[in-house]
Design a protein around this ligand. Sequence first.
Ligand code: CA
Length: 229
Amino acid sequence: MASVLVIEDDQRIRETVARALTDAGHAVRTEGRGTDALGVVMEWCPDVVVLDLGLPDLDGVDVLRMLRSVSKVPVIVATARDDDLEIVRVLDTGADDYVIKPYSAAHLDARIRAVLRRSAAPVEAGGSAIAIGDLAVDPDRRTAILGGQPLDLSRLEFDLLAHLARRSPAVVTRRELLAEVWRQPHGGADKTIDVHLSWLRRKLGESASEPRYLHTVRGVGIKLERPAD
Ligand code: CA
């Protein structure tokens, strides 16, 4: 159960989503305008914000930018367009995840629970390993274990794996990887990421054509996920 602020100008969607999330046990508030929603975030401090990108008063990305300047609240963006560039832009602006409209309430609820798990995980401070399927990554000890066997990773391979593990199961953009792993916030060679990914894949015993943990989301980025099998 979480407190969820749904920012959506379409009344029908707003009511449907609010009802479904309430039925799922969440405390829900809704706002139809970006400016009003910012006030509610400050005053109510919700656990999660669901933000429609197409609002009548403000561009959704601007709302996201303003939210990020005042709050660390996890934000799930709802976008009408299955548009890779738009999705990359909102993830780079600080969205934690996204759903594409029309989305089901069950799907949104699963995303909400996933971002809450991530925001609650004390991975940075506690020194506890992040477990994803048979893979355990410990950022403090700098160890990665797959199926009980330690992986022999280079510094960059480990940093890449650890960053993807911390953000799992979110899709991480290439720009974020360049900024956070390679410390090149203004971009650099995408090729570098591809090369390290392919080495990392080999060490994880998988390939781009037969992925298990590392999945490329075309045009958006990479995600680390528990294998389906
Ligand atoms: Ca809208």
